[in-house]
Structures are given as C-alpha cells and as structure tokens.
Design a protein around this ligand. Sequence first.
Ligand SMILES: [Zn+2]
Length: 351
Amino acid sequence: MSQIPDLDIDLLRSLCLTPGAPGSETLVRELVLDQIKDYVDHVETDPLGNLVAIKKGRNPGKVLVAAHMDEISFIITHIDPDGFAKFHTLGGFDPKTLTSQRVIVHGKEDVLGVIGSKPIHLMSPEERQKAPKLKDYFIDFGMSADRVKALVQIGDKVTRERDLVELGDCVSTKSLDNRISVFILIETLKRMATPAVDFYAVFTVQEEVGLRGATTVTRKINPDFGFGLDTTIANDLPGSSEAEYITKLGGGAAVKIMDSSVITDSRMVRFMEDVAKRNKIPTQREILTGGGTDTAAIQRSGDGAIVGCVSIPTRHIHSVVEMCHKGDIDHAISLLQHCLEELDQFSHDWA
Ligand SMILES: [Zn+2]
C-alpha cells in the first residue's frame, strides 16, 4: 500500500470554493497571488486577467505552464414576474447534473438559490422517459420578485455551492476542474528548486468557454516549451470496460498523448516519461477523444511551442462531486516539478 500524501487540503478547499466564473476570475486570482508572491521573481496580470508569474531559470529559454482558474458556471438571462430566474451555461454541462443543486448568484451581493424543475408527480409518462434539458430548469431564491430584482440582474454570473470532503484516499467537490491544477501549480512553485529555463507559471482565464486566456498570453510570451495542466476523465467505473477507462483513479499522474484539441509533442511525451522513470513517479498515458485543454492554445499561439500536458485523473467530471486521488495529485506535482528542473535535458531529436 503506497502512502497517502499529506496535502494542504485547507488551501485546496479555499481554491475550490472561491467563485470564478469565466470572465470573473478576480477572487481566485487574488487568492493565488497571495500564495505565490514569495516564490517568484516577477508577477503581473495581463489585460484579459491571466496571472503571469515568472521564476528565473539557469539557462536561456522559456517554458509556460498553464492552469485555468475559471470553472463551469451559469449566467442569468431572465427574471420572471414572480422572481424566478432563467440562465444559460458557461462551459459544458450535462443537464441532469443540475437537478437539486444549490447555486450562488453573484449579484449586488451573493445570493443563494436552488435549481428547481418539474416534480416527477406532475410529469406525464412520456416526460418521465425523456432526458432533462437546460430549459427545464430555473433558479428559485425563496424571496419576493421585488427583492430578487433589487439584488440580481441579467448578466450576473452563477456558481455552484458545494463543500469539499475527504473520503477514503480522495477529495470530492465542485470545480476540481481545474482548481486541482491551480493547486498543483502553486505547490510546484513552493516545492521546486531553480527551473532549467525561465518558468512562466500562468493562471489562465476563460478556458471553459474556449481556451481564450491561454491563447493571448501565449502569443505574448512566445515560449519554447509549454505544459497544460488540467483534469481528465477517470472512467474506471461500473459499466465501463478497461478499454473505456481513459485513466484510472490512483494510477498516477497522466501524461497526455492527445485530446480532441491537441496531439502533444512526441518528444515531450518521451521526456516526461523519462523524467518520471528517473524519479520513480508513477504515470499513465491519457488519450481523450472528446474535450480540449489550454495545451492546444499553447501549442498553436505565437510561433508555436513544444507541448506536453500533465492531466489529473478525475471521476464524475463537470459535476459537483468531482473526485481526485491524493496520490495522483502528489505525483502530478512531482512530475511537473522535475520536468521543469530537468528541462535542459530535453532532446529535440525526433524518435
Ligand atoms: Zn478544465
């Protein structure tokens, strides 16, 4: 039995519970800045809101590592005369995951609401057979329409309300996608020695709506190397065959081979696996045929970069009970740390 690492769960909880809808990442950015400022040589926020921290390296060259700060969220589109709100999604939701959820509307002040839909008692036999749709849901604030309208308006962002719990060897809450990677990038900065080349730790915005922050920030920095840092699917669950797992929870940090937005550089995959082997870090390969990450934006922006991606196996992804394994989290930190420290050993030779 391998040991379960001692992680800063209080910091992870704060990161996951701090709201950060796409385009509204300020509170997460402030929390990150407070954590990293003593561990970097320079830090700045760019016009889109990306937080860029630089740690000087031993050699010339630049490596960019991106972890997105935003979380899948909603935006208020309408408030009806009775004070119920309709909303649109920011990021990819399965509508069935909205049933019975509590949400926080970030209006003039934070307002708690619950997501309601038609009770099963009132559904026709045909309705009961159908998968729920986004339009079936609304937010109920439990207050008069006048009070709702004084606090909430069209365009207000909405995040999900859920505490973090530790269960078994795992943690579970909302927004582990991608605060787990924000956590890993912070911890890497805290643990690491001098990087091989200049290390740009970038906490990006608006990934969930199309890799928007990573695209502009990479164009500006124009790095030689890049790493994405994001969750991936662990489908090691009842009803799935091993061929359908993508990754296995507790199986180690995942080295991305491809997702639907990127084919990582085969030289970087080789380098990451060599580093893992040298440092006895368990890894598994990840091939995800749907979904994209900031890795794609890093690869394609500016002059293009040699990219890899450390993925964190996550069960129940894009729900409020996302689950990651503490061992995988620790291995992801170690893998990233050693890749950054040993990047001067990267070989440009194609296999
Ligand atoms: Zn993500």
